[in-house]
Design a protein around this ligand. Structure first.
Ligand code: SAH
Length: 332
């Protein structure tokens, strides 16, 4: 502000409009002088979040947003409404290069990583859209957050800052497919958030069949990094485990998974795989899911089954983006 010839307290006024009130333009900043607004318009621009599509679930009110960024890239974000508050699932990249076989986000590879502003922007745009506070954030949309490390940490610090939305780190979850060196680096930030590891298979051999990252890091190395994360931060890890019928849902798989969870004190979150049309993975049936859960519980593991939300909309990672981009023939 001083460089613009303004008093320095103007900075916190503008910051407040941007990061607390989630302003959509400089015009709205009613306590900012006309001359300053003119200078701001000239020097800076808003990220340009265009709401391309919103699908709302008739079952549970879940809303899936498709946003177009300033450079034309499209990203998805999901709003889930719970009794305890509004939770937003954000994307960390446009597309993804991790190649998990069951995931729609990765089919066309990585377009680019998002800036910290574009990660925040998804939450700000949704806050404005619903005129309600967002209390929980999960970085579980498209992209691999640990593949965009510096922007991720900047995003976390701004989101949880008291001058911004001031969301508690305890209400934040970051999900990774398991980039081991990055998990270790992340632990050293000592955030009080929840780290979720997408495990999805209890042995290296099986994991390699569905997750290419398993060719770079063994489960044992990954588990070791998770233990380190827990030791340094004191925060329990969550294992995400998508159940694919006949692939990773046997009693033997449950026994092996129990061993891994015990070693790290991890909580296990079971997710029936969400079928995508490009692949033929089918979810386990309810009976098998219950049996799998029982087996884990008998072994003393803390386990939950992910409540499915937005089943009637394109809920799975990357499905809506792909659909719209195909309709607009982004892909030849
Ligand atoms: N790249 C990060 C975060 C994005 S994906 C990661 O891998 O964790 C968020 C979660 O959804 C991951 O656990 C991912 O494996 C899972 N996922 C992706 N597609 C899915 C599908 N079709 N069905 C079930 N889970 C899926």
């Amino acid at each position: 502000m001083e460089a613009l010839g303004e008093k320095s307290f103007r900075a916190s006024q503008v910051y407040d409009w941007l990061h607390k009130k989630c302003a959509l333009s400089f015009d709205e900043m009613s306590n900012v002088s006309k001359s300053l607004k003119e200078k701001l318009v000239e020097k800076f621009e808003f990220g340009g979040f265009e709401k391309v599509d919103v699908q709302e679930s008739k079952l549970d009110g879940t809303r899936k947003y498709l946003f177009k960024l300033a450079d034309g890239n499209m990203i998805e974000s999901v709003l889930m409404r719970y009794h305890h508050g509004n939770s937003v699932c954000i994307s960390s990249q446009a597309g993804c290069r991790m190649g998990c076989k069951f995931c729609a986000s990765t089919i066309d590879g990585l377009a680019r990583s998002l800036t910290a502003g574009e990660m925040l922007g998804q939450i700000y745009a949704i806050t404005r859209d619903i005129s309600e506070r967002v209390s929980n954030v999960v970085v579980m949309g498209s992209g691999e957050p640990m593949d965009n490390f510096d922007n991720l940490t900047r995003f976390i610090e701004m989101l949880t800052d008291e001058n911004g939305l001031n969301i508690s780190q305890r209400n934040l979850t970051v999900s990774t497919c398991g980039l081991v060196p990055k998990i270790k680096e992340f632990a050293r930030k000592k955030y009080a958030l929840t780290l979720a590891l997408s495990l999805h298979a209890p042995t290296d051999e099986k994991r390699k069949q569905i997750m290419p990252v398993a060719n770079s890091y063994t489960i044992s190395e990954t588990i070791e990094a998770c233990r380190e994360y827990y030791e340094i931060t004191g925060r329990r890890i969550t294992f995400e485990y998508s159940l694919v019928a006949g692939f990773n849902d046997s009693d033997e798989d449950a026994a092996e998974l129990s061993q891994l969870a015990k070693k790290t004190g991890a909580h296990v979150n079971l997710i029936p795989v969400n079928p995508i049309k490009e692949r033929d993975y089918a979810p386990s049936d309810t009976k098998r899911i219950r049996a799998f859960q029982n087996k884990l519980e008998k072994n003393g593991i803390n386990v939950t089954i992910r409540r499915e939300m937005g089943r009637d909309i394109d809920g799975a990672c990357g499905q809506l983006r792909r659909k719209v981009m195909q309709e607009q023939s982004y892909f030849a």
